[in-house]
Write a protein that binds this ligand. Structure first.
Ligand SMILES: [Zn+2]
Ligand SMILES: [Zn+2]
Length: 267
């Protein structure tokens, strides 16, 4: 990783909904597809910039994703919300503390922090067991700066983006000209203002059919076109979407994401 370059390198670790795809016990055409893009682990991403490597969400497939992408070091985790498909891999942060014992900072909205403290009391309340990951959970409510765990002179600014997942308020995140906004079906007006002039937007799009807490494809296309990023990738898809078919039907500038997709944006 190099510092002082104005680029962000992003890798989509997972692009699947909460069950993952294939779904356990399902023999549908998507779950049995041989196209690797139809295998979707739980949604998360990693980005690198200014000498830092930062995760957005750490779901139950994180261990496999980290091995696949050869992630050997991380500086911080940004949580979108507390649902299990976004936090279930938190204990797999332990290997990142073997060589660097400095705590891993974890940033989240205040409601997410409160639930994480209850979900993982052995980490955040007790903490006395020697194998507990050393994490520092920080509630944020506006732009903040992440600094490096190995080199504290490295830093990057992060802008939380308010959105709603049904009635649950959560965060998307903007870093430079990249924004990641999963698990939402409502973006408030003020948040659209924070999403202007993006190179790449990663956006929730569950499936063709509507859903009470996620954007359908049509709703996601409308939101993506209003935001107007140069490129939008959809994420958090179910097993109702065959990649090759659905991807070919999307308008220009909008594509389906897939596990392992990597791209660069400006900072
Ligand atoms: Zn989710
Ligand atoms: Zn299926």
């Amino acid at each position: 990783m190099t510092r002082n370059e104005d680029r962000i390198r992003v890798t989509l670790l997972g692009t699947g909904t909460s069950t993952g795809v294939p779904v356990i016990g399902c023999a549908c055409p998507v779950c049995t597809s041989e196209d690797p893009r139809d295998e979707r682990t739980r949604s998360a991403c990693v980005f690198e910039t200014q000498g830092l490597r930062i995760l957005i969400d750490i779901g139950p497939d994180f261990r496999r994703q980290a091995l696949r992408e050869d992630i050997r070091h991380i500086d911080a985790v940004l949580f979108t919300h507390h649902h299990f498909d976004h936090v279930g891999g938190i204990d797999d942060l332990r290997p990142f503390l073997f060589k660097n014992r400095r705590p891993v900072p974890c940033y989240a909205r205040c409601n997410t922090v409160e639930v994480l403290q209850k979900m993982f009391t052995y980490i955040f309340e007790d903490g006395s067991y020697p194998g507990v990951p050393n994490l520092v959970l920080q509630a944020v409510d506006g732009p903040f700066t992440v600094t490096g765990r190995s080199d504290s002179s490295c830093s990057v600014s992060v802008i939380p983006i308010d959105a709603y997942h049904g009635s649950l308020p959560l965060f998307g995140y903007r870093i430079g000209k990249f924004a990641y906004l999963t698990d939402t079906n409502r973006i408030p007006e003020e948040s659209f203002d924070l999403l202007q002039d993006l190179d790449v937007l990663v956006l929730d799009a569950l499936r063709e059919e509507g859903h009470p807490t996620h954007f359908s494809f049509d709703e996601a296309v409308r939101a993506a076109q209003r935001i107007g990023a140069r490129q939008t990738y959809f994420t958090h898809m179910t097993h109702s979407t065959l990649h090759a078919d659905a991807d070919a039907r999307l308008p220009e500038g909008i594509r389906l994401g897939y596990d392992g997709l990597a791209f660069e944006t400006g900072l």
